[in-house]
Ligand binder design. Structure first.
Ligand code: SF4
Ligand code: SF4
Length: 281
């Protein structure tokens, strides 16, 4: 069972929920937590895993053999990302723009394109008690995060429960993180910004045709417009967690609330019951 935890905007408490829920469930089940926020992974700060392996992740990029190239221009015409271009009698490649799809090599009539590799980041695998933890770290200045997210998900294939901490927002890295999930929990807060970004996130999850529910953090600080929106869209609100100084303290100190605040376990259990209820529909 793969449960993605996502949010239309950062700072809503998505990682707090993902790390605490994963740790809580791992007390009884086989659980893997994937931190797919590879541009800024921070789940490890709370889980504090013992690292077991670390592997570099590479993206295939084209290498052109000028001796074989006939300058037909097919490769540059086919590339959707302008990552290979014909300038007069030269073929230039732009590895930072390349998505590694391999189309140019496939089309080249002269077999002038071979596969090179570019390092985009690392995948680390660790363990904390019964919890398996995997995250990706994108290389500094690297823009191509979806292939690294894909690698994190590949390493995290697991028979038990997989909790996916998606990056914030609604762009390609988020879609790569949540695609093929069985359920998405959208974390939000009851503010105008929270509602606006929730609306965008709901549209994205609907497009992917994944069942979803909403969890509202700091539920007592805003208004009811998030609840009204969810009722109108027929999206269940599986948890409303009030603002808590103690919860904020746990987060700022890099600790898991589930280990320090007994009442937080009740919220997590109700969220999990809500997910199971929605999945059973
Ligand atoms: S591998 Fe794909 S993205 Fe990269 S240069 Fe070739 S066609 Fe473009
Ligand atoms: S498709 Fe092959 S032969 Fe044609 S321009 Fe590109 S590298 Fe050269």
């Amino acid at each position: 069972m793969k449960i993605a935890i996502a949010s239309g905007k950062g700072g809503t408490g998505k990682t707090t929920l993902a790390t605490n829920l994963a740790y809580f469930l791992s007390e009884k089940e086989n659980v893997t937590l994937l931190d797919c926020d590879v541009e800024e992974p921070n789940g490890h700060i709370f889980i504090k895993p013992e690292w077991v392996t670390e592997e570099k992740c590479y993206l295939p990029i084209p290498q052109v053999n000028e001796d074989k190239c006939t300058h037909c221009g097919l490769c540059s015409q086919a590339c959707q990302f302008s990552a290979i271009a014909q300038v007069k009698d030269k073929i230039l490649t732009f590895p930072e723009l390349c998505h590694g799809c391999g189309l140019c090599a496939l089309l080249c009539p002269s077999q002038a394109i071979t596969e090179g590799f570019r390092e985009i980041g690392t995948v680390q695998i660790g363990k904390k008690n019964n919890l398996n933890f995997i995250h990706g770290k994108l290389r500094v200045s690297e823009a191509m995060s979806p292939p690294l997210i894909k690698e994190v998900k590949k390493q995290g294939k697991n028979r038990g429960i997989t909790i996916i901490d998606a990056p914030p927002g609604t762009s390609c890295p988020v879609i790569q993180s949540i695609v093929n999930s069985d359920f998405v929990i959208l974390v939000t807060e009851p503010t105008p910004f929270g509602l606006n970004d929730l609306e965008l996130a709901v549209g994205m999850v609907k497009e992917l045709n994944i069942p979803m529910a909403v969890a509202i953090n700091r539920a007592d600080i805003g208004d009811n417009r998030v609840q009204e929106f969810c009722a109108k869209e027929n999206i269940p609100v599986i948890m409303e967690i009030p603002h808590s100084y103690e919860l904020a303290r746990c987060y700022s100190q890099g600790n898991l609330a589930v280990q320090e605040l007994p009442e937080y376990k009740g919220y997590l259990q109700r969220i999990w019951d809500g997910v199971k209820k929605e999945l059973a529909r």
